[in-house]
Design a protein around this ligand. Structure first.
Ligand SMILES: [Zn+2]
Length: 331
């Protein structure tokens, strides 16, 4: 009997995949999302700042951390007000992409979820493709947003090299066990001069350093790897991209990173506010199980919310935003 591929690929937990240093150390222990979770730790490279989750759950097991509720019924995750805001943010993102590539170009969104960015780009005349692991999300992206969909692993999808004007990894690269291979593959698929957009949580940010295991955007073990700006840009350059800009201000992601982390650090039920904001089909734990904590969460909002907005501006001014968004071109 042959050993499973995952076992064969296991490497020393101290080796950095980006810079080759062998001095990776345990930065901190993560908190399990469920009581029976194994004990994950977050490793960090002292040379380039890259981080990784150890042990990394193999492909055959990771599905357990993506229950049906993670996506929500018909892929609607939030209450109606937040849904509207989410759609508005996606349109803005689509504009950032469309303004940098030729009209009616070919766009690929890797880990496109329900395909909101692709839906907007399609309306504007672009040819849209998506890759998604979740069949239900892919169904929505295909039938509601009109994208050509490839269900399964990105590197296995049948896509023609050298044909895309833009490839987007919107908060998906950190879900790859092998981000280096994913970026090299993206490089092959792009036309010369093609655009690459990568947005990831910033593990060198003020909020990440302040909260460590309580940080909302850490999301272990769903996030296999953890990038700071230095690690991400050096990886992109190594994969053959030239960086145009890296932005540290993201109104959609960064204030919430502060806000939820305040509550997590108070040892309230994990991500309870996030649960309250979701619609009922996307809740992993029912809110009514924790009525007093829910009341305390709401009561503290007038204090925490302005603080979260203020800190988002401060961290962006120091280029230490909770998430980073990089625009780069294939050289
Ligand atoms: Zn390194």
């Amino acid at each position: 009997m042959t050993a499973p591929r995952d076992t064969l690929e296991r490497r020393d937990p101290h080796d950095c995949e980006i810079c080759g240093s062998r001095r990776g150390f345990q930065a901190f222990r993560a908190k399990g999302l469920a009581a029976d979770d194994p004990h994950f730790r977050v490793m960090r490279c002292p040379e380039c700042g890259y981080g990784w989750t150890d042990p990394a759950p193999p492909d055959s097991e990771i599905g357990r951390w993506y229950p049906k509720e993670y996506y929500g019924r018909e892929n609607v995750r939030f209450n109606p007000l937040f849904e509207r805001m989410t759609r508005w943010f996606r349109r803005r993102r689509a504009r950032e992409v469309s303004s940098r590539i030729p009209a009616r170009g070919r766009v690929l969104d890797v880990g496109c979820g329900r395909g909101l960015i692709l839906g907007t780009l399609k309306e504007w005349g672009f040819e849209t493709h998506g890759v998604e692991l979740s069949e239900e999300s892919a169904w929505h992206a295909k039938h509601r947003m009109g994208a050509a969909m490839h269900v399964g692993n990105f590197v296995d999808a049948k896509l023609e090299p050298g044909t895309f004007d833009a490839i987007i990894f919107w908060h998906s690269l950190e879900h790859f066990r092998k981000p280096v291979a994913a970026l090299l593959h993206a490089h092959q698929l792009l036309k010369p001069g093609g655009l690459l957009v990568v947005a990831v949580p910033n593990s060198d940010s003020m909020q990440a350093r302040a909260f460590r295991a309580d940080w909302f955007h850490l999301d272990v073990p769903r996030h296999y790897v953890h990038f700071g700006e230095r690690a991400l840009t050096s990886l992109l350059e190594r994969a053959g991209f030239e960086i145009e800009t890296a932005t540290h201000f993201c109104f959609e992601q960064n204030p919430y990173g502060w806000l939820q982390s305040f509550y997590n650090a108070m040892e309230l039920e994990w991500n309870l506010l996030y649960t309250i904001l979701k619609n009922s089909s996307a809740r992993m734990t029912p809110v009514r199980k924790h009525p007093w904590q829910a009341a305390l969460t709401v009561a503290l909002l007038p204090v925490f919310l302005p603080l979260a907005f203020l800190l988002t501006l401060v961290e962006a001014a120091f280029r230490e935003g909770g998430t980073i968004e990089v625009y780069a071109f294939k050289e």
